[in-house]
Write a new protein. Structure first.
Length: 182
């Protein structure tokens, strides 16, 4: 089965990006949001993920930009909270199957893991201007949709005033007949 993902577009004022680079995040990030020191040390790299996260949080989602679906960096405390959240919201048999499928792969995982108290789950790849979705990201989204049976999205961040037409992406979704009895 083919599943089409149409980009969700969020716009940001340039002043937010400039402020982020200067360490000013208080005006638009929820105070409850955990921001590790790695983010402070590499502000250019994380603006997209955190701006995207703030936009989804305004829609009622909770989540993190730091999680790991695979068994990589097991000793990195940066991913501990995200791994705990995954374990709470994703069926362990499906997660085990997913990890087995992606053994040895460390690229392509979405930027955000989002959830709602009702059990809804969403994985999001966030792209800023001039960034393109990689084949590894498309494959991982397909794996997530097929094995974990979770929703997936691509969010595109455009500077206010810029013209952008959302793209659509087709991914293959394999439906398993009652995988692992779940």
């Amino acid at each position: 089965m083919i599943h089409t993902i149409k980009e969700t577009v969020f716009t940001y004022p340039q002043r937010l990006l400039d402020g982020w680079k200067e360490g000013k995040k208080e005006e638009w990030l929820p105070s409850s949001l955990f921001i590790p020191t790695e983010v402070e040390q590499q502000p250019n790299e994380y603006f997209g993920a955190y701006f995207g996260l703030s936009q989804y949080m305004s829609q009622g989602w909770l989540g993190t930009a730091f999680y790991a679906l695979g068994n990589w960096e097991l000793d990195n405390p940066l991913y501990t909270e995200g791994r705990i959240l995954l374990a709470q919201y994703i069926n362990p048999n499906k997660l085990s199957l997913f990890k087995g499928l992606r053994t040895g792969l460390t690229s392509g995982e979405p930027d955000l893991f989002l959830y709602k108290p009702d059990g809804s789950i969403l994985f999001v790849v966030v792209k800023k201007e001039n960034e393109i979705l990689s084949d590894a990201e498309l494959i991982c989204l397909s794996n997530i949709k097929s094995v974990l049976e979770c929703d997936v999205e691509v969010a595109y961040l455009a500077e206010e005033g810029s013209r952008y037409t959302p793209k659509s992406y087709d991914i293959k979704v394999v439906q398993f007949p009652n995988p692992l009895g779940v």
